[in-house]
Design a protein around this ligand. Structure first.
Ligand SMILES: Cc1cc2nc3c(=O)[nH]c(=O)nc-3n(C[C@H](O)[C@H](O)[C@H](O)COP(=O)(O)OP(=O)(O)OC[C@H]3O[C@@H](n4cnc5c(N)ncnc54)[C@H](O)[C@@H]3O)c2cc1C
Length: 546
């Protein structure tokens, strides 16, 4: 039986696991926490598709065009076509496994408007779409788990991949139960570890998504792509632990952005003033930059909506504002500001989601393919489901590996390195370096960047990289937080480098010193690593779109 190893159990990892299991392969599904705690659960607003009951004038072609336009035409065109053409079938599939989408009085599925879309095509489940999809997929996983076709490994964190001569044979994990490094061999290894939120400290996303796996794979030879395109979500609410997302659904239902003038006497609806009646639903990069440019407190008002609409369509926004900031959104506006939210860049993959390393696949948010320079809301849940399915098709069509090389010595060396550094009595606070890195990323790679800020960011990270191999591990935190440090710093350095190299403004990458879009740069950027050296090039041949 073919063995598939899937690292990460959010929506993309689970979807791939279910599809592989259906095709008769055995799957080992690994993550530190249960799927119910993955970032996918946080997805609130919905998932895009054009089905037969679409809004008048809408079409699959229009979904494709909106997605390419939002991505500033550097998305994989053929991949986007596949994504949009399969979206209707994906909604049907999700319904068939128990995802309950919201319906109107006539029993028809409801759709809402999301930024940058020409039509209402975002299907949703109240404001807990991600939670509903996760619950449905978890039930499928359990079915296969009971039959012994899927094996879960919880409490396991990725350490490194088993790669030799450009081929992947599995991965090594830190197992929190045995407190040891353990190898899992496989015919195909699929990375589904989400975005890089924790690199930036407080964001809308999960701290589990820190970019380490992509960073380590980069150090082991995988190519990364489009890292400079980081989506700031314009409407987030500050709380003590994280930035809570005020989903685009609030603006989709009619919510209005404004700031006060004249001692709160006047409200200025700046997005509507500048962009017309649909101004509040401009793409996220534009709204974020406009908010930052205001330089004053900005608010989102939904209080004028009928209470029944708030209760029915955005109840979680109502509840989170009440719970975290004691704000009653039916009566008062919500104070918002932009925050890091989504990563368009990640591991470079071909159309079948295989990386440049044979038998190593990447899916979901950790892979870069569909969103180009900017993602439309509702397209990433779709991409998570679709990419999991695409990877499973490719894996099932391949022959298994007959014999893997012997990695025993390498694994023993890695164990020795980990334990020798852990046993040290030194109290070097590795969490401090993580915090410093987050500060650098927030300050130097913000909504607006320039040569100076990016050069300073690179300098800060290079200093940390120059000492990271010497530091002792902090035994008061899990070993993962220590050994992951170098991978985190390396992917952060790669991100700053690509942002510095792209001397233009495009989508979510805005340079104050190069504010125009340069047509000669209308393609993806790629970066590889060789023993501390970074090589950057543009994918002019569109190698990673085939
Ligand atoms: C607040 C919020 C709201 C959103 N709303 C929407 C929306 O309405 N519509 C939409 O389309 N998109 C939305 N998104 C984006 C979307 O939710 C994500 O892009 C998508 O769910 C990512 O799924 P995934 O499977 O790639 O990764 P995740 O769900 O992030 O799962 C990653 C998995 O990898 C595991 N993992 C991480 N690191 C390691 C490691 N080192 N070792 C082992 N395992 C590891 C994690 O534990 C987890 O199981 C939202 C995102 C956020 C943060």
């Amino acid at each position: 039986m073919k063995e598939v190893l899937i690292i990460g159990s959010g929506i993309s990892g689970m979807m791939c696991a279910v599809r592989c299991a259906e095709k008769g392969m055995h799957v080992t599904l690994v993550s530190p926490f249960p799927s119910e705690r993955s970032q996918s659960v946080m997805a609130a607003g919905g998932i895009n598709a054009v089905k037969t009951e679409h809004e008048q004038g809408d079409s699959i072609e229009s979904h494709i065009e909106d997605t390419l336009k939002g991505g500033c035409y550097i998305n994989g065109k053929q991949a986007v076509k596949g994504l949009c053409e399969n979206a209707g079938g994906i909604i049907n599939y999700l319904e068939s496994i128990g995802t309950v989408f919201s319906i109107d009085e006539n029993g028809q599925p409801m759709r809402r408007a999301f930024g940058g879309q020409s039509h209402k095509r975002t299907y949703y489940c109240g404001s807990s779409t991600g939670k509903q999809i996760v619950s449905a997929l978890v039930m499928e996983i359990r079915r296969f788990e009971a039959a012994g076709i899927i094996t879960r490994r919880l409490g396991n964190c990725f350490h490194s991949a088993l790669i030799k001569d450009g081929k992947c044979y599995g991965a090594v994990f830190f197992d929190e139960h045995t407190y040891s490094l353990e190898a899992v061999y496989a015919d195909a290894t699929v990375v589904a570890t989400g975005g890089q939120n924790a690199l930036f400290g407080k964001t809308t996303g999960s701290t589990q998504c820190d970019g380490y796996t992509a960073g380590k794979l980069f150090m082991q030879g995988a190519v990364l792509k489009n890292l400079e395109f980081i989506q700031y979500h314009p409407t987030t609410l500050e709380t003590s632990q994280k930035r809570m997302l005020i989903s685009e659904a609030a603006r989709g239902e009619g919510g209005r952005l404004f700031y006060y003038e004249n001692n709160k006497e006047n409200r200025v609806y700046f997005m509507e003033d500048k962009y017309g009646p649909n101004g509040n639903l401009m793409t996220r990069d534009i709204v974020s930059r406009e908010i930052q440019a205001i330089g004053k407190d900005v608010f989102l008002d939904v209080s004028f909506l009928e209470k029944s609409i708030i209760d029915k369509r955005i109840p979680e926004i109502r509840d989170l504002c009440r719970k975290y900031r004691n704000i009653d959104i039916t009566k008062e506006p919500i104070p918002i500001s932009p925050s890091v939210h989504f990563f368009m860049g990640g591991l470079a993959v071909h159309l079948n989601h295989e990386t440049n390393i044979q038998n190593l696949y990447a899916i979901g948010e950790c892979a870069s393919m569909y969103h180009g320079a900017n993602r439309l809301g509702g397209n990433s849940l779709l991409a998570a489901v679709y990419s999991g399915s695409v990877a499973s098709d490719s894996i099932s069509g391949r022959n298994g590996i007959e014999k893997h090389p012997d990695f025993t010595n390498i694994i023993e060396e890695e164990k020795k390195e980990l334990y020798s550094r852990l046993e040290s009595s030194s109290q070097f606070p590795s969490m401090y370096i993580r915090d410093m890195l987050a500060e650098t990323m927030q300050k130097k790679l913000g909504i607006v960047r320039d040569e100076k800020s990016l050069s300073e960011g690179i300098e800060d990270i290079d200093y940390d990289l120059s000492v990271v191999d010497q530091i002792k591990y902090d035994s008061s935190v899990l070993p993962y937080f220590n050994y992951s440090l170098k991978g985190l710093l390396t992917i952060a350095r790669a991100t700053m480098t690509l942002a510095k190299e792209r001397k233009e403004s495009r989508g979510a990458h805005y340079r104050s010193d190069y504010s125009d879009t340069d047509d000669s740069l209308a393609c993806a950027s790629l970066i590889s690593y060789d023993n501390g050296n970074y090589k950057v090039w543009l994918d002019k041949e569109r190698e990673y779109e085939s």
